[in-house]
Structure formats: structure tokens, C-alpha cells
Ligand binder design. Structure first.
Ligand code: PDD
Length: 283
């Protein structure tokens, strides 16, 4: 099945999709994005992703874009690609205009999208958990808007790989644990789950929201509150959550072993609940 691109209304092979050099996404990171995933040929949480996209667009004062256009772009390209386990990356820039910091008067938002296969999470990570480092959060003050300015995330991820581990966890200069480079973070201690509250400092993850809902249904307490690095390292379980990540246990942070040093039962339970809600087990 072909991996495909969508460029302002046209579907084409990815290699053929081109963006002009004066696209504001390219010059100013003046663009927002979403990443959807499918299970067994069905996209998960489309409404929630489109809601968040509209919030991001509004937060940056983009001109309104019809929901129909966005939904058709995502679903149309996804259906044409026919990939069962696909990742749909959708990016909208403010438009193409001569470089000037002020918003251009005439520019039209550019909508681009790719549909690709989602690589399987390595079995070893699922069975043993991953190792991570903590890094100081040097990102801007509106991490709740899903913009493409991801350089601090890119650098943190690369720093983790250079240190021989799989990911990095952002910790504020004051010591508050925020989230992963492309995921939210939960800890489990004393019979309760804890995750960072929805503020300007983290992305309001769709997976995070779905998991909180699942926890309510299965009577697992979740508290949305701030916690520090000492609480992170002392937790019985630490796991990352996201559209690609799903639920992924962290067994080691900054060379310190977390609890038993292997994935815990809460993460396993939540991963399985999430997958069944997404239809991953359907035949
Ligand atoms: N990233 N936090 C950050 C910084 C993220 O980039 C992501 C997702 C999440 C989890 O959000 P969600 O559950 O809605 O996927 C949290 C996407 C997958 C990406 O950048 O590719």
C-alpha cells in the first residue's frame, strides 16, 4: 500500500510534494501540526485531534479553516493509502509570503499531510521498558499549542541517544517534571497515578486524556498535580504516553533504576485498555 502526501487539496506520492522556500512554517516555524494513528485500518480519536488542531490554529490567530476540509484531507488521504497501521502527519502553516515577521495580509494557510506506516515499537522496549535521562526544559512558554517549533525536543532526544538511552524527560529549571520529548508522563506511587496538570507547559495529549478516562472507568485514582524529580525517581512505575508511544514503561532514569527495573502492572493494564479502545485487538 502506498505512502502518500496531500498538498493543498491534491494527493500525490510523498517525493513529489514540494513546499515553497518562503513558507512561514519553514522560515519561522509559524505552523501547527497533528499526528493521528490508525489501528486495523481505523483512525483513532479523529474528533479529539481535530478539536486540538482547531485550538492550536485559534491560539495563533490563523484564519478559520473549515473542519470539513481538514477532515476530508485526513480521511481521504488515509483511505487512499489503505495502510492498516498508519501515522497521519498533518501540518498547517500560515502561508507563503516574502520573509517579514508580521503576519502577511494575503497569505493562504498551506495544508500538507503525509500518511506513512507506523514502525513497530521494538519488542525489547515493550518487554524491558526504556531508559531515559532528564534534561532542563528550555522550551517556550506555550507548549500547550502543537506548533512545529520542536528544536528543543529534537536536541533533547538526540542528547538521550548520545547518552545511550532512548528518550529524555523535560524538567523545569525549578525541578518540576513536565513530559517526554514527544509524549506525556505518568508516575504511579502509593496506589495513585499522577501526571502534570494541563498548563501552558505541556501538550494536552490525546492519549493522556483517553487514559485518564479509562482510569475513571476502572476505578484507578489519577491526580493531575505537579511533582518533582525526587518523586519521579522514587515512583513504583514511570511511563510515557502518546499516539505513537501508546504506554511505554521507563525502567531507568539518569542511571537510577525505577522500582523493580522492569515494566509494571499498571502500565501493562493501561496499554492493553488503550489498545482495546482503539480497536487494536479487532480481527
Ligand atoms: N507527539 N507531549 C509532546 C511534547 C508531544 O509531542 C506529544 C505527541 C505528546 C502526546 O500527545 P498525543 O497523546 O496527543 O499523541 C505529548 C506527536 C506524536 C509527535 O510529535 O509526533
Amino acid at each position: 500500500m502506498p505512502e502518500l502526501a496531500y498538498l493543498n487539496g491534491k494527493i500525490m506520492p510523498i517525493e513529489e510534494a514540494r513546499v515553497p522556500i518562503e513558507d512561514r512554517g519553514y522560515q519561522f516555524a509559524d505552523a501547527v501540526y497533528e499526528y493521528f494513528a490508525s489501528y486495523k485500518g481505523r483512525l483513532f480519536a479523529v474528533k479529539e485531534h481535530l478539536d486540538r488542531l482547531e485550538k492550536s490554529l485559534r491560539a495563533l490567530s490563523f484564519p478559520p479553516i473549515s473542519r470539513e476540509v481538514l477532515r476530508d484531507a485526513v480521511l481521504g488521504t488515509f483511505q487512499k493509502a489503505g495502510i492498516e497501521r498508519a501515522g497521519v502527519y498533518l501540518q498547517i502553516s500560515r502561508g507563503v509570503a516574502p520573509r517579514n515577521h508580521a503576519f502577511p495580509k494575503e497569505a493562504k494557510p498551506q495544508i500538507v499531510l503525509t500518511v506513512r506506516h507506523v514502525p513497530d515499537t521494538p519488542k525489547e522496549y515493550l518487554e524491558k521498558g526504556i531508559a531515559a535521562i532528564t534534561v532542563t526544559d528550555i522550551r517556550w512558554g506555550r507548549c500547550d499549542i502543537k506548533t512545529v517549533q520542536l528544536l528543543p525536543n529534537v536536541l533533547a532526544k538526540q542528547q538521550a541517544l548520545a547518552a545511550g538511552v532512548q528518550d529524555a524527560i523535560f524538567v523545569s529549571p525549578e525541578g518540576i517534571v513536565r513530559e517526554g520529548t514527544s509524549s506525556n508522563l505518568f508516575i504511579y506511587s502509593n496506589g495513585r497515578l499522577k501526571t502534570h496538570p494541563l498548563t501552558h507547559h505541556i501538550l494536552p495529549g490525546i492519549t493522556r486524556a483517553v487514559l485518564i478516562d479509562i482510569c475513571r472507568k476502572i476505578n484507578l485514582d489519577v491526580e493531575e498535580l505537579f511533582f518533582d524529580k525526587a518523586a519521579l525517581l522514587a515512583a513504583e512505575e514511570v511511563f510515557l504516553t502518546g499516539t505513537v508511544t501508546e504506554v511505554l514503561s521507563v525502567r531507568q532514569i539518569d542511571n537510577q533504576t525505577i522500582s523493580a527495573g522492569k515494566p509494571g502492572l499498571i502500565a501493562a493494564k493501561l496499554r492493553s485498555e488503550l489498545e482495546s479502545r482503539a480497536g487494536a485487538h479487532l480481527k
